[in-house]
Design a protein around this ligand. Structure first.
Ligand SMILES: [Zn+2]
Length: 180
């Protein structure tokens, strides 16, 4: 990598990444890795998405060209229609009710403290209202198909019955938990 970057440019970037990883593990991100927090309660299933922008649009700053603007708009449109990215076990009878997205580096949503310089995240809160959310045993996650740069999805699931941790890697896209 150093061969392709002037040393003066590469070294500070690397140092910042390491500093960020050590000082603020909660805000450090790894390109290609997405975090999901799934909360299942009596009326809703809420999915919080935390993704490096690099894995969603391929850059972590304001779009500079028409092609980049188009990429960003298409990515956001896909996330806004999140019902296609997250297919919840039909037994729960869920419908998409709300999507909130923040990607300050792209110029929308709220900035947050602790972001390493030169990096940017997309955060989303996706709420499904469900007739029987606690009956759900799986969610089919379409992020790998929609965003080819994503390699791994780390998931925490909180249900009234307990907490689960899962990691999805290509090609597996079904997130399941609890008794089948
Ligand atoms: Zn980054």
């Amino acid at each position: 990598m150093n061969r392709f970057l002037p040393r003066a440019a590469a070294a500070p970037l690397l140092a910042l990444c390491l500093l960020n990883a050590q000082a603020q593990p909660g805000h450090a991100h790894v390109h290609g890795q997405v975090k999901l927090d799934v909360a299942i309660d009596v009326q809703a299933i809420t999915i919080h998405v935390d993704a490096p922008l690099d894995s969603i649009v391929g850059f972590e700053r304001a779009p500079r060209t028409d092609a980049e603007r188009k990429t960003a708009q298409q990515a956001l449109a896909q996330l806004r229609t999140a019902g296609k990215l997250f297919t919840i076990d039909p037994v729960a009878a869920c419908t998409l009710s709300q999507v909130d997205l923040d990607a300050p580096a792209l110029g929308f949503g709220e900035a947050r403290p602790g972001q390493a310089a030169g990096h940017g995240d997309l955060e989303g809160n996706i709420v499904f209202e469900c007739r029987s959310p606690v009956l759900a045993r799986y969610i089919d996650v379409g992020l790998f198909d929609a965003f080819p740069a994503i390699r791994q999805i780390d998931v925490q699931i909180a249900t009234p019955d307990g907490q689960y941790q899962r990691t999805l890697k290509r090609p597996s896209s079904r997130l399941s938990w609890g008794r089948q």
